[in-house]
Design a protein around this ligand. Structure first.
Ligand SMILES: Cc1cc2nc3c(=O)[nH]c(=O)nc-3n(C[C@H](O)[C@H](O)[C@H](O)COP(=O)(O)OP(=O)(O)OC[C@H]3O[C@@H](n4cnc5c(N)ncnc54)[C@H](O)[C@@H]3O)c2cc1C
Length: 386
């Protein structure tokens, strides 16, 4: 039986573990602190299929099918508060209409996504300033999924399929013939294939494995906005970021009837922000960030008396081109890297893990095809170090 060791029990690692176990591999998942102890436990917890690139739309759609299955079979809590992506221009709106075509091709219906005009957005979010918007794309069945629940639920479903979980840090690695030997705090793990799903730590784990992984961790912050009283409607996820645009844009969504979570989102590496050491990064929300979100909310969601307070910080594991890194390493194809999920790893991580598992067990992907553009070989890395 093929032995797979998955390093990291965030959304990506547990997705890989479940899929590898389903494919009949002998799976060991190892995490130094526990499921979702990295970025997966610090997110804004939004899942949605409302993005622009067709490959990402498909990946998110497959991931969401898995969430709905886990909701039915394991009681995974989903709060379908809806997800709105706004279009700033008519050209943006045309792009979002194209997304609907892609989604319909994947079998989604108007229950999954609709184009809204400005009045439609105003009815959905009465407090939103819409006068400069061209419209938007709304997904009523999208919403909130807790990354901690998701990671534990997927890990348990992997364990039910025969996977083993070890709580230990991977400290060292050596090759013994074709086998990998991972040295951990709890002894050695021997495997035929290793999946590096260590998120923002994938560079450090890559170094242990002798592979250069160009992951660039950046700190992102979340704040809370306290409303003076409950709004008479559910505030959905409102995302003012149009993929392909420069920089960051505001997002916010209801946490509870009198609290919003809010922050700035992007798919890119931010040039004005440092790349940080994932073992030593800023844990406190900067006052200037809280103030910037307060000002942006006051402009876009001008409810009098909103008080904005710090939330928490976490890491986006980003790649240099802002795209995922999923697949076998050219230097040693028995090492599969799966990282670079940036700010969308709760939405997409489980399926990125599925693809990694398929590369590891089958040597090709079957859940989705056409995913070669995510291969690590697009970067000029040093590959395996003998
Ligand atoms: C503020 C913020 C808001 C976000 N909001 C959203 C959102 O709303 N929706 C969304 O889709 N995404 C969101 N994200 C992004 C999402 O959280 C990440 O993309 C995702 O969690 C990455 O998952 P991962 O499995 O790659 O990494 P992680 O969850 O970080 O998992 C990596 C694991 O590797 C383990 N590890 C590291 N080194 C070792 C070692 N040597 N040995 C053993 N184990 C090791 C760590 O303990 C960790 O558990 C947000 C992120 C942040 C920071």
């Amino acid at each position: 039986m093929l032995r797979i060791a998955v390093i990291g029990a965030g959304t990506v690692g547990v997705g890989a573990a479940r899929r590898a176990a389903e494919l009949g591999a002998e799976v060991t998942v190892v995490d130094r602190e526990g499921p979702a102890s990295g970025s997966s436990g610090r997110s804004a917890a939004i899942y949605n299929v409302q993005t622009v690139d067709p490959l990402h739309v498909e990946l998110r759609t497959r991931a969401r099918e898995l969430f709905f299955e886990l909701e039915r079979t394991r009681g995974l809590p989903l709060r379908k508060i809806g997800n709105l992506r706004v279009a700033w221009t008519d050209a943006d709106l045309e792009v979002l209409r194209g997304v609907i075509d892609v989604q319909r091709g994947l079998g989604l219906t108007e229950e999954d996504s609709v184009i809204l005009d400005r009045d439609g957005i105003q009815r959905l979010v009465p407090d939103l300033v819409t006068r400069d918007l061209a419209g938007g794309l709304f997904g009523p069945r999208d919403g909130v999924i807790d990354g901690v629940y998701l990671s534990h639920t997927l890990l348990h479903s992997a364990i039910d399929r025969g996977a083993r979980y070890v709580k230990a840090r991977v400290l060292d690695h050596r090759k013994r013939g074709s086998e990998h030997v991972l040295v951990t705090e709890q002894g050695e793990i021997v495997a035929d294939v290793v999946v590096n799903a260590a998120g923002a730590w994938a560079g450090k784990v890559g170094a242990i494995l002798g592979i250069e992984v160009p992951v660039m961790p950046q700190v992102h912050d979340i704040v809370k906005a306290r409303l003076p009283e409950a709004r008479p409607y559910t505030v959905p996820m409102v995302n003012l970021y149009m993929p392909g645009s420069d920089g960051e844009a505001l997002y916010f969504r209801q946490l509870d009837p009198t609290t919003l979570l809010a922050g700035f989102h992007t798919y890119e590496v931010l040039e004005d922000q440092p790349i940080v050491d994932p073992d030593d990064f800023r844990q406190v929300v900067e006052p200037s960030y809280t103030e910037a979100v307060r000002a942006a909310l006051a402009e876009r969601f001008p409810v009098p008396g909103i008080e904005v307070v710090p939330g928490w910080t976490g890491l986006y594991p980003l790649s240099p081109d802002g795209e995922f890194i999923i697949g076998p390493e050219t230097g040693d194809p028995t090492i599969v890297t799966a990282t670079g999920l940036g700010g969308v790893g709760v939405t997409s991580g489980s399926m990125a893990g599925y693809l990694a598992a398929e590369w590891a067990v089958l040597g090709e992907t079957t859940t989705m095809t056409g995913v070669e553009r995510w291969l690590p070989s697009r970067f000029e890395t040093k590959g395996a170090v003998a």
